[in-house]
Every structure is written in C-alpha cells, then in structure tokens.
Design a binder for this molecule. Structure first.
Ligand code: ATP
Length: 209
C-alpha cells in the first residue's frame, strides 16, 4: 500500500510537532524512520495508523482517504505493546477471529508465527505476565498473522537482546518478501536500518528529510 502525506500539520496545543508538505511512502518498501527523541516519529506513525484523527492535511492510502476497509489492512506495533490478560495464543488469534478467518487457518498461522519468532513456549502464558522483549515478540506475531498491507513498527526491538533481534528482523524480512507490504519502522539503530531498510528518512524539526 502506498501512503501519501500532504500538508500535514500536527499540533499539541499550540506546539507544532509535525509539518510535512509532501511525502510518499512507496508501496512494497521498508522505510526506516529516524530522528532524535521527541521529534514526532510516534506521532506520525499513529496518524498514519489512523489512530489519531486530530491533524491538518491529508493522508492518502493508494490515493484514497482512510476508510474501514483500508483500516483493516493496517497494523501498528507499539513500543510498549498492550496485550490482553488472556493467554498469549489467544492474543495472537484475536485479530484473525475479528476478521473471521477459518479455524484451521487461525491455528496454522498462530503456530507458524510462534515458531518463526521462537515464542512457542510462551503460547500458554498470560499476556500480562511477559517481559518487555517477550511482549514485543508476541505483539509482532499478532500483527503479522493478519498479513497487513501496511505495517507500522515503533522501535520493535527496543527491549530485545541481540540474538532475538536477528530473529525478529528475519521474521520482518520474510514477511516482506512474501507479502510485498509497505513497512515503516521507527528505529534509533542506524545499523539495523542499514540492515533491513530500503530507504531511511529523517524527521527533523517536524519535517522529513
Ligand atoms: N499526547 C500528547 N500531548 C502533548 N504532547 C505530546 C503528546 N504526545 C507526544 N507529545 C509531544 O510531542 C513530541 C513528539 O512526541 P513523539 O512521541 O511523537 O516523539 P518521538 O520522535 O516518537 O520520540 P522518541 O524517540 O522519544 O520515542 C514530543 O515533544 C512529545 O513531548
């Protein structure tokens, strides 16, 4: 999915946080979004995710404004993911149940992602009893099972150890190869963005460069 941002201005009270005249996130690319703390990366991601309607300007998805159908194709994974108290496997299945996927397919995708992210041993644990890194992996699995056309990742490896980081990156790359989704990934890690991104953009004083 292509995402075009036009004349986007975002204020928190009178504080202008984002001021983007025109930028297009191209379909099928992995785009790294970088910039110093507090520059507006999460704010931009939330707007693109359709979670924050309080902005001026336009965000177009394949040329169209957000609607219910487009919204279903978009998933954001937050830096501090919110998981339900129920079991991890139920957390992962939830978005597939909402989309009324077939039972067998739900089982298949759950196990496939759990294996890829090496979280099989967590499936029967409670979602609210995980470490930060475990929760990030489960949240990524929950995002990938629906095979979104637009995947928004806010520092997806911020609580992840080095070994697991490669597992996560490989999982993102495999998903990308299979789906050709557009992926926007906020990261402070220049080496990571070099490793996995097709393009890196910088947010500076609210503008993209
Ligand atoms: N709900 C809010 N109300 C008021 N100001 C906010 C709100 N959310 C964020 N801000 C401010 O907007 C600016 C951008 O915040 P944002 O979280 O988007 O930055 P970021 O680039 O993602 O930062 P980081 O790298 O630290 O995660 C910051 O100055 C922040 O304090």
């Amino acid at each position: 999915m292509e995402v075009k941002v036009r004349n986007l201005k975002k204020y928190y009270k009178e504080n202008l946080v984002l001021d983007i005249a025109d930028y297009t996130f191209k379909e099928g690319q992995i785009i790294g979004l970088r910039g110093p703390n507090g520059v507006g990366k999460s704010t931009l991601l939330n707007i693109i995710a359709g979670l924050d309607p309080q902005f001026e300007g336009e965000v177009l998805y394949d040329g169209k404004p957000l609607d219910e159908k487009i919204q279903k194709e978009i998933t954001e994974v937050f830096q501090k993911p919110f998981l339900f108290k129920r079991k991890v496997k139920d957390n992962i299945k939830y978005p597939m149940l909402l989309r009324k996927l077939d039972k067998v397919e739900i089982e298949r995708r759950t196990l496939e992602l759990a294996k890829a992210l090496e979280i099989e041993d967590l499936l029967n644990k409670r979602g609210n009893q995980l470490s930060g890194g475990e929760a990030q992996k489960v949240a990524l699995a929950r995002a990938l099972v629906i095979r979104p056309k637009l995947l928004l990742l806010d520092e997806p490896t911020s609580s992840i150890d080095e070994e697991a980081m490669i597992t996560i990156e490989n999982c993102i790359l495999n998903f990308h190869k299979q789906s050709n989704a557009t992926i926007i990934i906020v990261t402070h890690d220049a080496i990571q963005s070099d490793r996995i991104c097709d393009e890196v953009v910088f947010l500076e004083r609210g503008r993209i460069s």
